[in-house]
Structures are given as structure tokens and as C-alpha cells.
Design a protein around this ligand. Sequence first.
Ligand SMILES: [Zn+2]
Length: 410
Amino acid sequence: MKNELIKRFTSYVKVDTQSDESSETCPSTEGQWTLLRMLVDELKSIGMEEVTIDENGYCMATLPSNTEKDVPTIGFLAHVDTATDFTGKGVNPQIHENYDGGEIVLNDALKVIMSPNAFPNLSEYKGHTLITTDGTTLLGADNKAGVTEIMTAMAYLIQHPEIKHGKVRVAFTPDEEIGRGPHKFDVAAFNAKFAYTVDGGPLGELEYESFNAAGAKITIKGTNIHPGSAKNKMVNSAKIAMELNSRLPLFEAPEHTEGYEGFYHLISFNGDVEETKLSYIIRDFDRENFNARKANMTKIVQELQEKYGEDSILLELKDQYYNMREKIEPVKEIVDIAHQAMENLDITPIIKPIRGGTDGSQLSYMGLPTPNIFTGGENFHGKYEFISVDNMVKATQTVVEIAKLFEERA
Ligand SMILES: [Zn+2]
């Protein structure tokens, strides 16, 4: 299975599928179409049925049931795009067999070295086959690893008809990294009762809690006047912006929080005397605290409006996604099955809240409860991204085992 995984993964990562927030189309970039069309062909060639791709680039396929039992239809999803943080063009994957636990020279000429001092988790991979970048791009394990593992698991189940399973649906989707993900996903056409995104990090990750998320965009208008004659006339919008930010709790920011703690995060601040724009994201696991944070932001803006004039400050507050736990808890058995699948494979499940969102955060509210399982990748979104092929085998086996357990329990 290792060679099959390497072959698929290295062919997928060579296609530049970086998404683009400034694009209005879905998928946002042409490269995603290229990979999605490759996947359509491959799904057909491995023997999947009902292989479709719609006008928004959502690719779906079916592995028909091979059991007499009445098993709920389950789905597996992975996104094909890569992060916008670092270039994904010209990815040149490097394979390191039987990793010795020491430094890995990613690029000799550019002196890019990945060392266990900077990345202590490398020590867990002694003896593994690792795939890294050449130090000039990201790898794209997020989430071509998930695509690879789902594809390989389906090929495995087709080649092993003795493993009984219900109907399995798979989907490869665009634009997760720019927050759109399943916006146009046809849940009715997918027609699964439960699903899993295969989009997590290291071995054993199993996630069914995400943030509640909102974005706040604030525009502040000032009045610019020659500083020499500005007394009682100038209104400096940049200073009002600083005043606004200073009213937020100082330690409720990403750099001071972890675990279940929420925050306000100032992601950009652009302005001058005349006009200043602030962009925040607001995050909290707890719905009440989330609402309280939004109310606090609104209150601060109102107070400043009272002080500087109602038209001087404009707030646009928009919810982005919600904690999927609310939708998954009532069908917690799907998390238990993933947990059991990992234990059956001697993998220790690591359940922790995602300090972010996944496609599952949106899908769960669209009627498809969707927890997330690991892919085996580490250091996502940069040049130190890498993945263990040994753990990709385990992720693939986990997908197979989940399908098997649904049949056994039906
Ligand atoms: Zn991802």
C-alpha cells in the first residue's frame, strides 16, 4: 500500500491547486479544476460508480454496498485546494526512506534544514518513510493527503470484496482554505447520513468540536485638516481605531489563548487620518460566550459612535460558521465508531477541539454531521510541511475500518 500512496500523493501535489480569495468563481482557481478532473478519471478507473462533477467543481462518487444488511450511507470528504499562506507552485516532493531521526536537508543550495531541535515531533518518525518539500514551496499534504487516503481506501475495498460495507459516498471539494468549502455543496445529491472529513493532522487526531466564528469589519471616517490649524476640527480615524482596539480585553487574543479559550483577533489595520479599516475575527467554542463577544464588539462601536458621531463608524458583523459539536453530539455514535476504528488498528485516538473550522463545521449545519479524522501530515501551510507514509497507511486503514464497523453494527 505504501508505494500506491506515494505514487498518488506525489502526482497530486505536483498540480498547483492554491485557492484564491480574490476570485469570484467556484473553484476559485483553474488548477483545482485540473486536479478535480484527474480525480474523476481515476475514480472511474479504480471502479467507483456514479462518478460526477458539477458546475462548481464538486466531485462525487459511490462505492456500492456489498452487504444484505441495511447500513446507513456514509461519506468521506477531502478538499483539493492548498493554503494561500505559501506558494504551492512547482512542488517537488522529496522521499526520505527509513528516516534516521536527525536533521533533514530540504534544500542544500538554499540551506533549508528541518531539525529535531526546531521540530521536536520529528523524533516520533524514526524509521518511517517521510515525504517533505524541497524547501521552496509548501507540500500540500493539507489536503492532498486526505484525497490520496480516501482514493486508496476505495481502491482497497474494491479489491477486497470480502470486507463487507454499506454504501459509501466520497467527495472531493474546492476552496476550503479560503473558507468557502462546502458553500455550494449539494448535500441532497451526496445523500449520505453521516460523513467524515479526512483533513486532520498527526496520527490519531479525531475532532468533532470547532469554533463558532464571526468576522467584524469596521470602517472609521475621520476629518483631515492641516495640522497647523487643526485644533477642535481634526478627527483622526486611526486614533479612534486604536481607541476601539484598546477597549477589547487585552489577553483574549490568539497569542494569549489555547484549549477552549476564545478570542478577538485583529487581522488587519489599514488607515490614515481620513479613513481607517479594521478587520477582526471573533472565535469561541461556547455559543453563549460567542454571542457575548459579538455583543461586546457592537457595544464598543456604539459607545464610540456616541462619542464621535453615528456616521463616523460602520460595523459589519457576519457569522462564518458554528461549532459542529451541537450537531454531532446527538449522533455521537459516529465519533465512537471512528474511535473504535482507530483502537482496532492500535492507534491512540487524540480527541481535541479544533481551534479553527473545517468543512465539517459547515456541513454539520447543512444537515450532514461530519467529524474530522487525521491524515498524518505535520507543519501544514509552509515549507516544513511533511507527512509520514506509514501514517498515511494508518489513515487509509482507518477509513476502511470505519466502513467495516458501520456494517458490523447495522
Ligand atoms: Zn485542510
